[in-house]
Design a protein around this ligand. Structure first.
Ligand SMILES: [Zn+2]
Length: 343
């Protein structure tokens, strides 16, 4: 029996004073037992959970998942000032399959319904498809794909920032990682960027996602060390390093969202695309510049094998973080845990 937890990073300073309301009302759906502060809220989350369960399975697999044998407990905590969630899976060691799962999410109602819930539900789709632990980069990257436009753009921008700051993880290392690096947010941002790139490369939509899942399946062979074969047979790259070059090259263009804004409104100049990103989008002092000379350093491995980080411990500064921690460029930053917001 293997226990696996997939935390969603907390999105705000955990040190902030946060008010929360505990979950003591229950609502049961076909596949979930929802615990929430009020009955109407439990019902709403139950309905959304079922809706996303159907929708995300169709997005990724082209069909609904069969009804789960055991309902998944889903605990809703309404909090101010921090957002996150975690889904814990127990996998069978004897044959592919999920033995049990449970989900806990916390944040504002809107953020939970918009982003956190679809993210966590996507973890269940991937877990049920593979019946075993999914490589962390793809598990998180694929789940971030289910978040709203704003969160996805945010991860896209972060990925560019990390690459520019030398915090990127070489793909041959990222692909083979079974646990989170200490620089956890890099795995999320880069995992998202690479997943998005490969899905688009595979034709986008369901077609692109299916191809991506087949690629993962091949890569996961030989103890998650079959990636050279996987990139060659599914995407026609000679090597993983070669794929990395092409992926980086694709980031030379500005984030799609900003580009489309510039095109449709003329309100974003080329200069502002290559400098701080997002005044146009409200991302103060953040850089969405295409990576100039990205340096991909080996990651600092944080958690011990088999252990799983607690997402409650993993708060990272949200937008505007550049204001409080103005530079990511010092190589020393690689040695700092990313989860401790600086004052
Ligand atoms: Zn996640």
């Amino acid at each position: 029996m293997t226990l696996r937890r997939s935390p969603l990073l907390a999105l705000a300073f955990i040190l902030n004073v946060s008010a929360s309301v505990s979950a003591d009302e229950r609502y049961v759906t076909d596949n979930f037992v929802v615990h929430a502060p009020t009955k109407p809220m439990a019902k709403t989350f139950g309905e959304y959970a079922e809706k996303y369960r159907e929708e995300k399975a169709r997005d990724w697999l082209g069909k609904e998942m069969p009804r789960w044998q055991q309902r998944c407990p889903l605990v809703i905590e309404i909090t101010e000032g921090r957002t996150g969630g975690a889904t814990t899976f127990t996998f069978s060691d004897r044959q592919p399959g999920v033995l049990s799962q449970e989900m806990k999410i916390f944040g504002s109602t809107k953020q939970l319904l918009d982003s956190v819930l679809p993210h966590e539900i996507t973890h269940t789709v991937l877990a049920h498809h593979f019946g075993q632990a999914v490589p962390r980069w793809a598990d998180e990257g694929g789940s971030v794909l289910s978040e709203n436009d704003k969160e996805r753009l945010d991860h896209d921008i972060k990925c560019r920032e990390f690459l520019n700051a030398g915090r990127g993880i070489p793909l041959r290392i990222l692909f083979a990682m079974k646990e989170y690096p200490r620089d956890m947010i890099v795995l999320y941002a880069q995992g998202y960027s690479v997943s998005d790139y490969l899905i688009a490369l595979g034709g986008g939509g369901l077609k692109g996602r299916r191809k991506f899942l087949e690629f993962l399946e091949t890569g996961m062979l030989k103890g998650n060390r079959n990636w050279e074969k996987a990139v060659a047979s599914h995407y026609n790259f000679d090597t993983v390093d070669n794929m990395q070059l092409k992926w980086i090259a694709s980031l030379m263009a500005p984030p799609a969202d900003l580009a489309s804004r510039a095109k449709s409104t003329g309100s974003v100049s080329t200069a502002s695309l290559n400098k701080p990103a997002g005044e146009a989008r409200g991302y103060d002092n953040r850089t969405s510049a295409a990576p100039g000379l990205p340096q991909l350093e080996a990651p600092v491995l944080g958690t011990a094998r088999g252990s799983t980080p607690r997402d409650e411990d993993r708060a990272f500064p949200t937008r505007g973080s550049s204001n409080t921690r103005p530079t990511y460029s010092s190589p020393n930053m690689l040695l700092l845990p990313p989860d401790l917001p600086s004052k």
